[in-house]
Design a binder for this molecule. Structure first.
Ligand code: C5P
Length: 238
């Protein structure tokens, strides 16, 4: 794929890269390297703990895109609402995660606090632990009933979750592994094309890109594979 690829390009739009790195300088260098193939950069616990909210705004500037803030809030409803409101004062946050099992009141608080600009994603079950699809679907339904516009689940159960929650809910899948990639600490893993075919809107792919001998080529290949899978999905009438 042409690295000058325009924004709004299928493949790139769906690919999320987690900036699981220890400092802002390293994060910025990854953003610059991967921006041609990555539509959204994710800031998680490591980078947020190290570099703080200012880093989020800096990365929005550097990438020219809104970021995914993966802080997996899980606390009493009032605390989560206030924390989400604090996040809403940062410029350029697209998604914010909360633990879906934290309960309906907590999810409603997160949604209220985050306001209209930020989409709350309910994390159903961590992809690093075993979970049966029925229990993931039950948590997913509860989160959607509480008003979550999106969910995080693994490729292993995304088809079941999609069927349960319908087409309008955004589904984000981590634990994606291209063929031959090391699963690392992820347990519920699935391939790129199969996860898109099963109904995912976004894929989070970290170590298979970061640890590749040529990360740009890995990102490009994943981006291409997503685009082809989207075309197949569209042609199959999904
Ligand atoms: O390196 P890898 O592709 O496993 O990275 C997956 C990313 O997605 C990590 O940043 C991790 O924190 C995040 N994540 C996850 N499982 C969830 C929610 C988020 O792996 N359920």
């Amino acid at each position: 794929m042409d690295p000058t690829i325009a924004k709004g390009q299928p493949g790139r739009d769906q690919l999320i890269f987690p900036l699981d790195v220890p400092d802002l300088a390293t994060a910025e260098s990854w953003v610059k390297r991967l921006a041609p193939w990555v539509g959204t950069f994710k800031v998680g616990l490591e980078l947020f703990s190290a570099a703080g909210p200012a880093a989020v705004e800096r990365l929005v500037d550097v990438s020219g895109t809104r970021v995914f803030l993966d802080l997996k809030f899980h606390d009493i409803p009032a605390t989560v609402e206030r924390a989400a409101r604090a996040v809403s004062r940062l410029a350029g946050v697209r998604f914010l995660t909360v633990i879906a099992g934290g309960g309906e009141e907590m999810l409603r608080g997160a949604i209220r606090g985050a306001g209209d600009e930020i989409r709350i994603l309910g994390v159903t079950r961590l992809t690093s632990r075993p979970a049966d699809p029925a229990s993931v679907v039950a948590v997913a339904r509860g989160a959607v009933e509480a008003g979550c516009p999106g969910l995080v689940c693994s490729g292993a159960e995304v088809a079941a979750v999609r069927e349960a929650v319908g087409a309008a809910i955004e589904l984000v899948c981590p634990g994606v592994r291209p063929p031959g990639a090391d699963a690392g600490d992820q347990v519920r893993v699935a391939g790129v094309a199969e996860t898109i075919a099963a109904g995912a809107d976004f894929l989070v792919v970290g170590r298979p890109i970061r640890d590749a001998s040529e990360p740009e080529r890995s990102a490009e290949a994943i981006c291409d594979e997503i685009r082809v899978a989207l075309e197949l999905r569209a042609n199959s009438g999904e």
